[in-house]
Design a binder for this molecule. Sequence first.
Ligand code: NAD
Length: 369
Amino acid sequence: MSATQRSLNDYDQFGPSKVVQLFDPHSGLRGIVVIDNVACGPAIGGVRMAVDVSTDEVFRLARAMTLKNAAAGLAHGGGKAGIVADPKAADKPTLIRAFARAIRSLDEYIPGPDMGTDERCMATIYDEIDRAVGLPRVLGGIPLDEIGATGFGLAEAAEVAGEFCGVSLRGARVAIEGFGNVGRHAARFLAERGALLVAASDTGGAIYNRNGIDVARLSEEKQRTGSVASAAFGQTLSPAELFGLDCDILIPAARPDCIHRDNATAIKARLILQGANIPATAEAESMLHERGVCVVPDFIANAGGVICAAVEYHGGTQEQAVARIAEQIRCNTREVLRRSRDERLTPRAAAVELATERVAAAMRYRGRS
Ligand code: NAD
């Protein structure tokens, strides 16, 4: 079992330090905050709004943030929050404000955007409690989804990982599951480096064209119609078929656990960059490793967003954020894949080793070990 696949019953020496259930009968707010580990500094982590968000899910994500922030060398621990509600519901602004009031005293947790929340929500939270990241530009924010911070980091990881598995970006065929904020920017930055987008998917379907798909035109199509699945770009497929397509690089950038024992053997890509959080089961990751597929784990590959958020929190500029993302993700990808090769570990085991060493060192300095 990997550290990010634990459940709340599997607490360990790193955390969680606080699990808080929120309930406000006046607004109808129901929520959860998990502050996992704050040895490196106050926890940064997103606020997920979904009807089915659970305490276990928030804990898994909080632990992933502890590892991601430590691996990224940020002076921040890991935490996460969930609001149990439909993000499309009319009372969303009321719930967000109630959430902000409810977490006022949890000052070792700095909220950021996640599924179902955005910069507008962060502005409301900031208005109430003076701490949030992922703010609109006019409030000092660096718009990480607009600039494609996470997709940029994935392209940086791809360049370094390619050296370990013999995939040169020039001419590499790329398939992307989930052509959203992460996926479409990853496609754009990879295409700028000479790669060829051959497949993309979203909830509406998938598209495949072995001769390549124009990323800008596909983004416009998605913007205009809500989906990439248009026959104008090539062959239309079901989203599930994308995983077995002939390609060099596969980027899961949508939901958890989409790579599992039943589709792991069909994957033809030589390099997988995990854009989404926990997109593969532990079993599937082991199967891929045994087959020699190089996997750059989520909290190494997709750290661009949180690095950007941390630079914003400390008053840095967009240029500084971009430079930090490139430097840190390149360095971590190299170190994780080197350890994986030399110590015969899966890349995830190597990444967890790297991150937990840093958390443990911070805990020792603070006398908390
Ligand atoms: P998004 O909502 O902008 O995009 C997600 C895309 O995935 C959408 O196009 C959606 O249609 C598609 N999708 C959903 N379910 C699908 C399915 N079953 N098959 C194929 N496509 C599907 O979200 P995002 O911000 O791009 O985030 C994607 C993932 O990356 C999430 O797991 C998120 O937690 C993670 N992540 C995001 C960031 C960030 O900076 N936005 C940073 C780190 C990790």
